[in-house]
Each structure stands twice: as structure tokens, then as C-alpha cells.
Write a protein that binds this ligand. Sequence first.
Ligand SMILES: NC(=O)c1ccc[n+]([C@@H]2O[C@H](COP(=O)([O-])OP(=O)(O)OC[C@H]3O[C@@H](n4cnc5c(N)ncnc54)[C@H](O)[C@@H]3O)[C@@H](O)[C@H]2O)c1
Length: 272
Amino acid sequence: MSDLFSIKNKRFVLSGGTGVLGSSIAKYLVQQQAKVVLLGRSIDTLKAKQNELNALTENSTHIFSVDIMDEAALRKVRDAISQEIGTIDGLVNLAGGNIPGATLQPDQSIFDIQTDDTRKVVDLNLFGTVLPTIILSELMVQQNFGAVINISSMASKQSLSRILGYSMAKAGVDIFTKWMANEMASKFTDKIRVNAIAPGFFISNQNKKLLTNKDGSYTERGHDIIKNTPMARFGDASELNGMVHYLLSDASSFVTGSIFEVDGGFSSFSGV
Ligand SMILES: NC(=O)c1ccc[n+]([C@@H]2O[C@H](COP(=O)([O-])OP(=O)(O)OC[C@H]3O[C@@H](n4cnc5c(N)ncnc54)[C@H](O)[C@@H]3O)[C@@H](O)[C@H]2O)c1
């Protein structure tokens, strides 16, 4: 009988694959004997990560330096992947994040918003997922299979204070996920699935300053999040691995257009 959860020797492309969550997911996939193709901007960071992962499993990791907002460069990477690596079994869109200018300070209101930085955040978090998905799913259509995982957020369905641009973009990622899932299944094949994971709160480079003080203690916002998370803690990056594995494997063959919360209960709790 085939193993529903087997991802051995499968090849997965990870955008933002050297970030906090991307690194953790890449390491997990390599430990499962899958191969990873990391996309990132800094070739030095990519090479360091490649060495680290190849030390775990030889020849497990390919790297391509690319700014995922650059459509022409992404197309070149798609062609290089096709020629040098062959088919791909999945794409995980992890590139994204907030920027300080798009975050309101606690004493500011909507009237203080910096529209330029807010637009940049919308662009990165929305089109930073839309572009790689469309461009790499062309390969999936040619080969007639593939699984895409987008990364949504707790900020996509209810208003989280201070981060309007990020929230609008992640809400866009949710509807893009459903739209793309429908497009693939109804016009091409039921073998290409598009889903999203909405992580709760995991301390990372982009939210560290919002959630923790320099001495490591939690900020007021950090405490508020813990108070509204039934499990009363932040997530550990490794706690996304199970959902990623499920969505990339045949175990989820009838699952598409869905958004899965991995959040310690945050989104199911009213705060009362
Ligand atoms: N950490 C959390 O709590 C959390 C919660 C919900 C959602 N997310 C989402 O998960 C994803 C990964 O987050 P993370 O915590 O690992 O953040 P991170 O900042 O550690 O990683 C993001 C990566 O994306 C890369 N990147 C940014 N812009 C790029 C571009 N134009 N081209 C190529 N690469 C680019 C960065 O260099 C970085 O390596 C993001 O979409 C984030 O919004 C994170």
C-alpha cells in the first residue's frame, strides 16, 4: 500500500526559505528525505543555508537568488528549475513580512498612516505570493501535479491593531488561495492543490520588536497575544511542520482552497 504521507525524494520550492519559518520548514523537509529549492535575495545567506542542509542530507538543497517581486527574474528561475532540477512537487510561499514604517505606534491612529510604506507591505505580502504562485504553477500545469501552500495570518480575518497594510495583504492572500485553487481544479487538474496556513504567533525577525523588549521580556502587545491564546504561549516554528507535511503530501489529495489555522487556539477564542 502506498504511504499517504510519503514525501521522500519529492522536490519543494520555498520562497523566503532562509527566513525563520522557511529555515525551520526546509530543515524538516530535508530530514524527511525530500529535496528543497530555496529562493531568497542574498546569495551568501542562501549558500550558508545550502551548506547547513546538505550537511544533513547530501545534495538535498538547490538555491536560486531572486527578488520575488521581479517577474522577469522569477520566470528565469522557473526555467532554470525546469532545466536543472526537473519537476517540482510543491511550492511554499514564505517570503513576506512587515516593515516598521507600515506599523502604527501605540499612540497613533489611522490618520498617521504612512501610505507609501503601507503600499510596499501590501505589495510584498500579496504580490510576493501571487507572482511566484502563478509563475511556478505553470510548471505544475505542464507536469499535471503540484501542491501550493500560501502563508496567511491571524491578521487576515479580524482586525489586529497597528498593522493595516499587512492585514489587507494577508486577507488578499486568503482570497487568492481560494481563487487559484478553483482555477487549477476547474480548468486544469484536480492534481494541483492550493491551500494556506494561517499561523498564530511565532517570534521571528519581523515581529520580534513588536512582541519582545530588548531584555527578552514580552511587550504589552506580546502579553495581550498570550492572554488571547488559549494555549497561553507563542508557537515554536517546528509546530508548523505537521500541517506543511500534510498539505504537501497525498494525504490531503481532496483538500484545496482551504485555510488552516495553526495558532494555539487564538482564532477560536473570543477573548472572554
Ligand atoms: N512569524 C510569525 O509569527 C508569522 C505569523 C503569521 C504569518 N507569518 C508569515 O510567514 C512568512 C514567513 O515569516 P517569517 O516569520 O519566517 O519571517 P522572516 O522575515 O524570517 O522570513 C521572510 C523571508 O522572506 C524574504 N523576503 C522578503 N522579501 C523578499 C523578496 N522581495 N524576495 C525574496 N525574498 C524576500 C526575507 O529575506 C526573509 O528571508 C511571512 O509571510 C510572514 O508574514 C509569520
